[in-house]
Design a protein around this ligand. Sequence first.
Ligand SMILES: *Cc1c(COP(=O)(O)O)cnc(C)c1O
Length: 378
Amino acid sequence: MIYLDHAATTPTAPEVQAAMEPYYNRRYGNASTVYEFGKESRQAVEHARETIAKTLGVQPCEIFFTSGGTESDNWALKATMEAYSGFGRHLITTSIEHHAIGNTCHYLKKNGYEVTELPVDRDGRVNLEQLERAIRPDTILLSIMCANNEIGTLQDMEAIGEIARRKGVLFHTDAVQAYGHIPIDVNRWNVHMLSASSHKFYGPKGCGFLYIKRGVRTESLIHGGAQESGKRAGTENVPGIVGMSVAAKRAYAHMEEEHAYETSLRDRMIGHICREIPGAVLVGSHTHRLPGNINICFQGVEASNLVLLLDEAGICVSAGSACNSASPEPSHVLRAVGLSDKQAFSCIRMTLGKDTTETELRYTLNALKHLVKVLRKG
Ligand SMILES: *Cc1c(COP(=O)(O)O)cnc(C)c1O
């Protein structure tokens, strides 16, 4: 099998699995108990918090463990808007966010909040002047993703953060696709909250975190016990948290080389596809792009059919995005960058990982050449 869907999820790294294993059997103590046995789990959780905090250059008390990217996004939006609702009820986001943000915004709108959805250009980037104009006296929060999951577009985080600073609004970013893959500087970017998810950087599924800068007020999303400083109730997912921290450490230790490796594979593959397959066009930005992301529109081809035929050839890719594959609607991201419905249904996303090889991509290129021709004839 050739796995080219790392934006949907990544395999768990071997060192991550090894680190988690003891917490499933020998060290199963509840991290919130007082006896020694539970304290081992507590120490593991706090050590993990320090490890993650260090990767971002923030304080451990600013890292809150969650069940993943979706929960972190829900928390950042719902609970922060609620905490500041006495000051304003307006939030600004973009038209290309993940559904974890988009559908949370729909929910907020139904509950008396106002949401401005900024359009993006053909590269998928936000217009900074438009952003600045959209900020009102009652604007509480900007939520703008760092890197898009479908087309890999990176935003100008520093410039957006500078606008947030100047206007005195909070800035949340969904960095689920970015964390562990590209350098992140929450201080320079003036980011107040950041969402990340373990399974997108070779950690286990069902675990993530939300960075909340000290001083930012937020309500709880999950109510119950006093875990996570009373902010996020529920018995800690100790194996998951340990695994995520080892994955984070691994990702940061190898970031430079993996970034360079994936970028060069990506650019060569894009070059081959666009030169060798007629009517193949890159979607998104050439330069402001995640290292592992390739999204191509094959004109006149039904992407869902192409995905099935590639699957038969042993190659995993997605049409639109993984989360959209059950939906008959065209991807909102592809529509937002100006593609017609027909074009949007002709796009496939191939996302590379640290273990993707040149040989796998050569095989994929040949399969694409053949299958695109077959589908156009049919
Ligand atoms: C995967 C993803 C999420 C959701 O994260 P989960 O941990 O799967 O809930 C949110 N935002 C983006 C950009 C993603 O790629």
